[in-house]
Design a binder for this molecule. Structure first.
Ligand code: PMP
Length: 513
């Protein structure tokens, strides 16, 4: 096909690609549900991907720090994952087998058990679930209810466990009589206004008193579910000491402890499983996302003594996805053999340090936190008064090993969350070829979940683009007297001429694994 140059310097080929891209987006918004999520903030049409990089139908490339909501431990289309999938396809093995035994599944279980925290590995059972994290959460609740004969579940403020009824009940936004809500410790917006070790201690005492007080209104529960680092809740790492207290409190009262490692697992936080930071062995672990090596897979693993439920107690048609198990085996083995958890810890600390420096520069960054390559930047109102009664920030207070606390807010109180500024930063990132996610109670936390295979060079490129985006939004905010008003050039969709700044076009290095 002859490629002609238009007056704007655009070739007929790229004009065609742009039209196809825009047509797909237009049809999506006309045909897909109002409940669609990521697609609203990220109007891109991925057609190719490798490692950290996604290429859109319009030819633009992006550094992907969303990673399928934390699913892609090895990034997109890692060679070991592709090879594992091809091997199954070429072998003629059945792709769909319900929960029957197969060599592929056998190998997956062997590798999974190999990675489990000591203390669980030797006495573990695994239940394959419908292939979503939320179904595994449901399975965990059923399991502990069957094992204890009790009904109630303890869960935490800010939690996210999924979208099916039971998982939703246990998530932060819900009200339900079967779930009792307890405070999750956090430094920046500590519910007790003190943060640090003291805040975590008070949170633990509250939990203890709820269980001790016969008139607390909370009957003896069937289990407690927690995320070792709250992801959707705003990237809030639980202090190791608090997690150990939760283990002690539940063990003393024969309450099974369920660790939801759907997002934190497979090296993400700098340990293979995030509970390992504290040395805690949960009774049940809920696993999904990265364990399927980018394909859908979800399981619970649990202490065999809990295995008291009936055959068929948790069924489901799609529990035998052979391709996902093969991709998952390859991913688990690669992360283990290449010490990618250690790499996540080391690179994550460096990225946090750079982001903390950025927080010193920009008043709209209230807090920087995370663990390993699960990183959050909380965006706040630059000019607002600090929240009365909130504790002054004290650098490093009670920061557990491997976890950083922002130093920039030392003498300030937390300011109100700024979801609009956070959304503006997300848009500006996208314009610069960087995909980030928003999370947190008020959707004001910019989240980075890069693949564990990200190189130093790529990590620098991510942080450069993010810094540039924060700078652009801060300038706009200042120029418009305290409100962010994107000028025409900031409207990403369909505005290709505006993208000739070159920042959105990734270099060849971006394709490196
Ligand atoms: N638990 C946690 C901690 C999660 O982060 C998520 C998804 N973000 C889920 C459960 C639910 O997983 P899924 O979306 O696969 O149902």
């Amino acid at each position: 096909m002859a490629v002609t140059e238009s007056v704007r310097g655009e070739t007929s080929e790229s004009a065609g690609a742009r039209a196809a891209h825009e047509g797909i987006l237009r049809r999506q918004s006309a045909r897909e549900s109002a409940a669609r999520t990521y697609a609203r903030a990220l109007p891109i049409v991925p057609v190719r991907a490798r490692g950290l990089t996604i290429e859109g139908a319009d030819g633009r490339r992006y550094l992907d720090c969303l990673s399928g909501a934390g699913t892609l431990a090895l990034g997109h289309n890692h060679p070991v994952v592709l090879e594992a999938i091809r091997k199954v396809l070429d072998s003629g093995a059945p792709l769909h087998v319900l929960d029957l035994a197969t060599p592929v599944k056998d190998a997956f279980i062997t590798e999974l058990f190999h990675t489990l925290p000591p203390g669980l590995a030797d006495h573990a059972r695994v239940q394959f679930c419908g292939p979503a994290g939320t179904d595994a959460v449901e399975a965990a609740f059923k399991l502990v209810r069957a094992a204890t004969g009790r009904n109630g579940i303890l869960a935490f403020s800010g939690a996210y466990h999924g979208m099916t009824a039971g998982a939703l009940e246990a998530s932060g936004g819900a009200f339900d009589v079967r779930v009792a809500r307890l405070p999750y410790p956090q430094d920046y917006r500590c519910p007790f206004g003190v943060g640090g070790e003291r805040g975590a201690e008070l949170a633990a005492r509250w939990t203890e008193s709820v269980l001790e007080d016969p008139k607390s209104g909370v009957p003896h529960p069937a289990g407690m579910i927690l995320e070792p680092v709250q992801g959707e809740g705003g990237v809030i790492p639980a202090p190791d000491g608090w997690l150990r207290r939760m283990r002690q409190i539940t063990a003393d009262r024969s309450i099974p402890l369920i660790a939801d490692e759907v997002q934190t697992g497979v090296g993400r936080t700098g340990a293979f499983w995030a509970v390992e930071h504290s040395g805690v062995t949960p009774d049940v672990m809920v696993l999904s996302k990265a364990i399927g090596g980018s394909l859908p897979l979800a399981v619970i693993v649990y202490r065999d003594e809990l295995d008291a439920w009936q055959p068929g107690a948790h069924a489901g048609t799609f529990r035998g996805n052979q391709l996902a198990m093969a991709a998952g085996t390859a991913t688990l083995a690669y992360v283990r053999q290449n010490q990618l958890a250690e790499r996540a810890a080391e690179l994550g600390s460096r990225m946090l340090r750079r982001l903390q420096a950025l927080a010193g520069e920009f008043r709209c960054i209230g807090d920087v936190r995370g663990r390993g390559l699960m990183i959050g930047v909380e965006v706040v109102e630059p000019e607002a008064e600090s929240t009365p009664g909130a504790r002054p920030r004290t650098a490093g207070l009670a920061a557990p090993a491997g976890r950083a606390v922002a130093a920039q807010d030392q003498d300030r109180h937390p300011r109100p969350a700024a979801p609009e500024l956070a959304a503006a930063i997300q848009r500006e990132c996208l314009r610069r070829g960087l995909i980030v996610e928003l999370g947190g109670r008020h959707s004001s936390v910019v989240r980075l979940l890069p693949p564990l295979t990200i190189s130093d060079e790529q990590a620098n490129a991510v942080l450069d683009r993010l810094a540039d985006a924060v700078d652009a939004v801060s300038r706009d905010y200042a120029a418009h007297d305290g409100s962010y008003q994107p000028h025409q050039g900031h409207q990403y969709r369909g505005d290709r001429t505006d993208r000739t700044d070159g920042t959105g076009r990734a270099g060849r290095a971006d394709w490196a694994m």
